[in-house]
Write a protein that binds this ligand. Structure first.
Ligand SMILES: O=C(O)c1cc(C(=O)O)c2c(n1)C(=O)C(=O)c1cc(C(=O)O)[nH]c1-2
Length: 251
């Protein structure tokens, strides 16, 4: 039996934007039960530690994925725009930038810095998911690589919810430990506005538009699977994989 797929038509730039936003409304990781529990104060400190430790790997690899893309970009203007992202995360001197601020969060949660940076305690899925994102951006066409960053369209909302929810619900969380997130509220809209305008201008065929939508779905899957792994390993009893962070022995 043969199956036929209806040919996809060319969307207007605004229809493409609406289709991208619909993917976020359906699949972004704000909808994941682990995030709901994190923000609503339903987790123990050890589970919050596991989230921060695993998410450190995402933060640490973001500037590497951006540098990979930077090297492939064809114009000065594009490289200048993308270089800013690398600086936002790596900083321009020691103790500045997003990675340093994320380590303030893991410090504030009582995790040993050398242990966090060693990556020894990561869940296997965290490593696989983050590495898949870095490879995607290194290997796919530039249009898709840029489109995969578009989850940032949706991040200011989840970050605002997270900061207010965690401050309200956990006595071990302070404004200082959550300092990572404040600059993201201005950086992410700047980043995503540029990426969205780029994608709307350069996705000019139905195939390119479908590839852009698939890139955003892929990225939502990366973020979702990281939370699935945390949920499975640290919410269900007796599921922590061998070698992964064990709250009682390493915190
Ligand atoms: O806290 C979050 O929920 C969240 C989500 C995302 C995202 O949607 O990819 C990013 C970030 N934070 C973030 O802090 C960040 O630096 C970042 C960079 C990127 C990217 O794809 O280039 N996404 C995100």
């Amino acid at each position: 039996m043969s199956t036929t797929t209806a040919p996809t038509r060319l969307l207007s730039p605004d229809e493409l934007e609406a289709a991208l936003r619909a993917i976020g409304a359906e699949r972004y990781h704000n909808l994941h039960p682990f995030h709901r529990a994190l923000h609503d104060g339903k987790l123990h400190k050890a589970q919050v530690q596991a989230w921060a430790l695993n998410r450190y790997y995402y933060q640490a690899r973001i500037p590497a994925k951006d540098a990979t893309l930077l090297a492939r970009l064809p114009t000065t203007e594009l490289r200048r725009e993308w270089r800013r992202r690398v600086e936002d995360h790596d900083g321009t001197s020691p103790e500045t930038g997003g990675i340093a601020r994320w380590l303030k969060l893991t410090d504030g949660l009582g995790l040993d810095r050398a242990y966090v940076e060693s990556l020894e305690g990561l869940l296997p899925t965290t490593r696989f998911a983050v590495d898949a994102y870095v490879h995607f951006v290194g290997e796919r066409p530039i249009l898709e690589a840029i489109a995969s960053s578009l989850t940032e369209l949706f991040s200011p909302t989840i970050i605002s919810e997270r900061v207010s929810g965690m401050l309200r619900n956990y006595n071990f969380i302070t404004e200082e430990t959550l300092a990572y997130f404040k600059p993201r509220l201005t950086q992410a809209p700047q980043d995503s506005a540029f990426a969205l305008a780029y994608v709307k201008e350069h996705a000019r065929t139905p195939e390119q538009q479908q590839a852009v939508l698939a890139a955003l779905r892929f990225k939502c899957d990366v973020l979702w699977s990281m939370l699935d792994a945390l949920d499975y390993s640290y919410v269900l009893p007796g599921r922590i994989p061998p070698g992964a962070f064990r709250p009682d022995t390493t915190a």
